[in-house]
Write a protein that binds this ligand. Structure first.
Ligand code: ADP
Ligand code: ZN
Length: 613
């Protein structure tokens, strides 16, 4: 290793307490140390921050970080300062005196990182200040915000295109978790990156267990998943604001410490929910996707989607908020065949209001997400292939070992073809004029007013599938729609019709597969405390350490992860250091944190081992 490489390692060990770099971190840091332009694409949790935070310490110069949200900036700066890193932010929530002090430190060469909101960078006064402070590099975080092809376009990011001209000779490095080719090209083009080093990480998140379930009784399904993660951080995503409120209330009735969050709430209430979550006073947040980007909590153990998200890219982003610390976590998606249509309606409506039309490309994104939900292939493989990467683990026996498909949680339905034929026959008997609900009522031999009025109890298909549960039949209908045997009308009635293939099947040609969840033990062992990440960890001690962390976070009014991450606490509960020297060897314990918190954690560990022995 070069002398420079050794210096990088020493700095990282000293400040962050990390003893190894993650894939591509070394390359990204080297580009920073060399002052080269770069575009770094790493999935959420891949460790992008370290890539731009380490080089300024080595170069002993100031880098400016552009970040879209004040909350995100504040969390990063707090985290850095707790590690003894000279960092600060300039944003609109600061008063004049605070800003003046930051500017003074930047000019005096005391800072290594300065976080600034994009719209402030065009301010002539700030430009002048940055020239005087001799800025050495610009870091564009969440760089996909510059592209209208991305999922989170922000007009104020467009102004960054002028940085190159205004600061010639200053290197620019962009970071994002967005994987599409088009967005990447757009970033390079807009920022005018000069011969950039392109680093694209592996999009698979092996520590996440993905599950897709047909939505049958949503609240019960959500509770069952959360039950596997009691006392741990979870996020439940809903599409509408009202749903977040209702669902959070229902979960509280079931004894979960749940709060709701959406963009329609008062800023103070939003902040309180966010702070409670960050300081571990709230375990479960039920939210619209407005909750997420500013949430830097790395120990989220479970993300539930109560309905299908808008695109695979959105899903990757939102589900990706689980397990950023690299430890196992679960992502559950509840899907109904009506979800894609609901999205298309929402898109049409908001496009209509804006006086534009929904493009075929946008529609295709919804159907691609539907394909993910309805397919029975490995979820990890589907996701990484969607992002254009190969997936090889699948060849190994047992597949990825971390999705419902590979874990064998889905099984093929016996008599699938026969059931499908009966469903298609019933759609035909009802003259292709009814939605799934009524078709299912007829098949199950229901006694509804509509059935009586229409005389549908005299149809030959009446009660043909008596004994099958309603939600199971609903899932079969969805699967037949997804498989192209039935279509649903796109209007509000969602009438089922037969396709040519559906007609052939009804006449006895061909065969179909249907799947259903395996009916065995309630919760799977994966993504619970039995898994390998817990090997050698004293779980009682771990819980006690988390308690201490919560206490300290409360005292300092900082997010709990600023004290220590879960990885570090588990490592402590595994290694059980007996003095500060041993404590310093625990991954995630840097010099500053050892000084700030070492004693208190050590005391607790020693106390625990004495009681235990
Ligand atoms: P991203 O911004 O790419 O989503 P972060 O920079 O927030 O990811 O990093 C995710 C988590 O991984 C954080 O808790 C961070 O402290 C941790 N981390 C980053 N790099 C390393 C490393 N080399 N070793 C151990 N932990 C790391
Ligand atoms: Zn799999």
């Amino acid at each position: 290793m070069t002398a420079e490489g050794q210096l990088v390692e020493r700095v990282i060990q000293q400040v962050w307490g990390f003893d190894a770099l993650r894939p591509l971190q070394r390359e990204a840091i080297e580009a920073g140390v060399d002052g080269r332009d770069a575009l770094v694409v790493l999935p959420t949790g891949g460790g992008k921050s370290l890539c731009f935070q380490a080089p300024p310490l080595v170069r002993q110069k100031l880098a400016v970080v552009v970040s879209p949200l004040i909350a995100l900036m504040k969390d990063q700066v707090d985290g850095l300062v707790s590690n003894g890193y000279p960092a600060a932010a300039l944003h609109s929530m600061m008063d004049e005196a605070e800003s003046a002090e930051v500017v003074r430190r930047a000019r005096a060469g005391e800072l290594r990182l300065l976080y600034i909101a994009p719209e402030r960078l065009v301010n002539p006064w700030i430009t002048e200040m940055l020239r005087e402070a001799v800025v050495d590099a610009f870091i564009i975080d969440e760089a996909h915000c510059i592209s209208q092809w991305g999922h989170d376009f922000r007009p104020e990011y467009r102004q960054l295109a002028t940085l190159r001209q205004r600061f010639p000779g200053v290197s620019v490095r962009a970071f994002t978790a967005t994987a599409t080719e088009r967005v990447r090209e757009d970033i390079v083009h807009q920022l005018g990156l000069d011969d950039p080093l392109l680093l694209v990480g592996d999009f698979d998140r092996p520590n996440l267990v993905y599950r897709v379930q047909a939505r049958a009784n949503a609240r019960g399904q959500i509770a069952e998943a959360l039950e596997r993660h009691r006392g741990e951080a979870s996020i439940v995503y809903c599409i509408s604001r009202a749903e977040t409120e209702r669902t959070a209330a229902a979960l509280r009735d079931k004894g979960f410490g749940a709060a709701h969050y959406h963009a329609g709430m008062q800023p103070d209430d939003r902040k309180r929910v966010q702070d409670d979550f960050m300081q571990e006073r709230t375990d479960v947040v039920v939210a619209t996707v407005a909750f997420g980007m500013g949430i830097d909590r790395s120990d989220v153990r479970c993300v539930v989607h109560t309905a299908m998200p808008k695109s695979v890219e959105h899903y990757q982003q939102e589900a990706g908020r689980a397990g950023r610390d690299g430890l196992e976590a679960e992502c559950l998606l509840l899907y109904s065949g009506a979800d894609p249509i609901r999205w298309l309606e929402l898109m049409e409506r908001s496009a209509g209001e804006a006086g534009v039309s929904v493009s075929d490309d946008q529609r295709a994104l919804v159907w691609e997400m539907r394909d993910y939900c309805s397919s029975v292939t490995c979820r990890h493989a589907s996701l990484v292939r969607y992002f254009g990467q190969p997936f090889s683990k699948h060849e190994r026996e047992g597949g990825c070992g971390a999705c419902d498909v590979c874990l064998g949680e889905l099984v093929e339905v016996d008599d699938a073809t026969m059931i499908a034929r009966k469903i298609c026959a019933c759609v035909a008997r009802l003259e292709q004029r009814y939605g799934a609900g009524h078709v299912i009522d007829v098949l199950r031999g229901g006694n509804t007013q509509r059935i009586r009025e229409q005389g549908h109890d005299r149809l030959s298909t009446y009660a043909l599938l008596r004994g099958h549960a309603g939600p199971a039949l609903r899932s079969y209908v969805d699967q037949l729609v997804d498989g192209g045997l039935l279509v649903r009308s796109a209007d509000e009635y969602k009438v089922l019709r037969l396709t040519d293939e559906g007609v052939s099947l009804m006449k006895g040609e061909g065969a179909v597969r249907l799947i259903e969840p395996k009916k065995t033990k309630k919760s799977s062992a994966a993504a619970t405390r039995d898994s390998a990440d817990w090997e050698g960890v004293d779980q009682v001690l771990f819980d006690a350490l988390r308690g201490l962390r919560r206490e300290i976070a409360g005292e300092l009014a900082v997010p709990a992860y600023i004290v220590f991450g879960d990885t570090t606490l588990r490592e402590m509960a595994r290694a059980m250091p007996t003095d500060l020297r041993e404590m310093a060897r625990v991954k995630g314990v840097g010099a500053k944190k050892l000084e700030s918190f070492g004693e208190r954690f050590l005391e607790l560990i020693i106390e625990h081992t004495e009681i235990a022995s």
